[in-house]
Design a protein around this ligand. Structure first.
Ligand code: XUL
Length: 575
């Protein structure tokens, strides 16, 4: 790269922050900046980036706050020394499923932005509804039941759209919006996802959904490559399918499509080059798998506010318990995903209890948590005559499995198969550190076991590599346990910019879209430029036959525990 070489800018609009990350054409990160919604935004009163209406289980974010964040973030990138003139391509990553409802004035407002004024001051009038339903929203149970039923059952819906109905998916959200706010729905001229919202802002006109993120709506028929009419009809309500189709727009097949040049507003206000190209933006999870040239049988574990487990695969094997999406870049490949609502916040709760008991002054320190995580034996089983300790920790209603807020503990004897409920672990909260981390990884192992294959001769099916990304990837103790539970014949790795994987994936998508040769896949282009020694670090060993087998025995008890709790829920034993 020369100091005048091209640069590529990736944005990541996630639950708690907006980030911008810039790479050069050798994939090296050269700039980054962030805007934290709780700490930096003014006038929105959000907590962890969102607002909550407990009574209706609604979770949503003010769209104007994202505009404010974008105004500030661009200034911060400038302060970081970014020469906007060199930015050749921009793409984005948006938290999945969230929708933005634009009004009929939006098109004109976007096209005529005054470079003397901020985005927030001009575009806060562009929305039919000021809030974007967030992926943590759980207000759509009724609508989900209708979505699951309309094609026959949840299996059929998963076959067609890649997922059964989920509260957060955009189709059920649109259905509820349309019923709750019929006037606002009629006034909605266009609906964007968070990802296409980013592209829209920079393009200065409506950007389409991308071929991967559209699979997070429960509306898109993945195999047919089109909207499913029955599902659209359900979501659209009285104003009909055609009106909804117009609000949704068309979906280009090519994830690397050049949507157009950057809006003049950014050229005049920030000094971007006129020919800077806007590339389709995708969801945060599809973007994460673009942060490296992922091979099949490698797995990514993203430890953020949510926990997600991602693999790239050529097999489309939908199941109501999992998700399949189109690859954001490569036709014929799919992204397999597991998504949990309880991740970082649940671990933090245990950490806080440990720190409070030990009177640690820095309440956010992980030192004590890690100490107990590593000193407690697997499954808190000190010798084989004792039962294994299993537990589930859900400070938020969980998706996998579908259980309400709660914490449950069981003892499991793998010899007899006996599973006995208990109040808590023998030494709480210290041993909870081990049990909560194990429980999160056991759930991943349980649900990905049919998708992984043997990575080398004589090895049982397991991932070849486990890559850790997201805020939790900083924690090497957690990485060690991830390897013990999940395996990983080559080990557990951390990306150099693992905490910004989504933004990095977006920037790489822009590199690929702008620099690909005819027919060159994302994996080929990024694979050729990838510098393993510089970009990844091995942080834990991965497969250890003895411990891995032990967790294999625990898996049966873990599955029984979940089934028993689901049965209790069905019988009304939980409120
Ligand atoms: C995925 C999901 C979350 C969000 C926010 O289905 O809901 O992972 O994308 O990260």
């Amino acid at each position: 790269m020369t100091s005048s070489g091209p640069l590529y800018l990736g944005f990541d609009l996630s639950t708690q922050q907006l980030k911008g990350l810039v790479v050069d054409d050798s994939l090296k990160k050269v700039h980054e900046a962030k805007f934290d919604f709780d700490a930096d935004s003014k006038g929105f009163n959000v907590n962890k980036g969102v607002l909550v209406n407990e009574a209706e289980h609604e979770v949503f974010a003010p769209v104007a706050m994202w505009l404010q964040a974008m105004d500030t973030l661009l200034a911060r990138l400038k302060d970081d020394g970014l020469d906007f003139q060199r930015v050749k391509g921009i793409s984005g990553s948006g938290m999945q499923h969230g929708s933005v409802f634009w009004n009929a004035d939006a098109e004109q407002l976007l096209a005529q932005l005054d470079p003397e004024k901020t985005l927030q001051s001009q575009l806060d009038r562009a929305f039919a509804h000021p809030f974007s339903p967030n992926w943590q929203d759980a207000s759509t149970q009724k609508e989900c039941d209708e979505f699951d039923a309309i094609l026959g059952d949840e299996h059929q819906l998963a076959n067609v759209t890649g997922s059964k109905a989920h509260h957060r998916f955009t189709g059920p959200q649109i259905l509820r919006f349309q019923r709750k706010y019929p006037d606002k729905y009629i006034k909605t001229h266009r609906i964007t996802l968070v990802s296409s919202w980013i592209a829209t802002i920079f393009l200065g006109k409506f950007a389409p959904f991308d071929i991967s993120d559209v699979c997070g709506m429960n509306l898109w028929d993945i195999k047919a490559g089109n909207w499913n009419e029955k599902l659209l009809e359900l979501a659209a309500g009285p104003s009909g399918v055609e009106a909804l189709k117009q609000k949704l727009g068309h979906v280009p097949e090519d994830g690397g499509i050049h949507l157009g040049n950057i809006s003049k507003y950014f050229v005049r206000r920030h000094g971007f080059s006129e020919d800077c190209t806007i590339i389709a933006s995708t969801g945060d999870n599809p973007s994460t798998i673009l942060a490296l040239p992922l091979r099949s049988n490698d797995a990514i574990v993203s430890l953020g506010t949510s926990t997600t487990f991602l693999m790239s695969t050529s097999e489309y094997r939908p199941d109501p318990a999992t998700h399949f999406f189109n690859s954001p870049t490569t036709p014929g490949l799919y992204m397999f995903m597991l998504c949990y609502k309880n991740g970082g916040l649940a671990r933090e709760k245990v950490r806080n209890a440990i720190n409070s008991k030990a009177s640690v002054s820095d309440t956010t320190s992980w030192t004590e948590f890690d100490k107990y995580l590593l000193s407690t034996p697997p499954l808190a089983q000190y010798d084989r005559s004792k039962p294994m300790q299993l537990g589930l920790y859900f400070p938020r209603p969980e998706i996998i499995p579908n259980l309400p807020i709660g914490e449950w503990h069981f003892e499991y004897d793998p010899e007899s198969g006996n599973l006995t409920p208990t109040e808590k672990v023998p030494q709480s909260p210290e041993q909870d550190a081990r049990i909560i981390v194990e429980s999160q990884f056991l759930s991943l192992r349980l649900r990905s076991r049919d998708l992984v294959s043997s990575p080398a001769q004589n090895l049982p099916p397991q991932p070849r590599r486990v890559y850790m990304v997201g805020g939790g990837s900083r924690n090497k103790a957690i990485a060690k346990v991830a390897g013990e539970v999940l395996g990983g014949s080559e080990g557990v790795f951390k990306l150099d910019v693992g905490e910004n994987a989504c933004a990095l994936g977006a920037a790489y998508k822009a590199v690929w879209a702008m620099e690909r040769a005819e027919g060159e896949t994302f994996e080929e282009l990024i694979g050729n430029r990838w510098r393993e020694e510089e970009f990844v670090e091995k942080i834990a060993d991965g497969y250890n036959p003895e411990v891995w087998e032990k967790y294999g025995r625990a898996l049966k008890g873990f599955e029984m525990m979940e089934l028993r709790l689901l049965e209790d829920k069905k019988q009304g034993k939980m409120d």
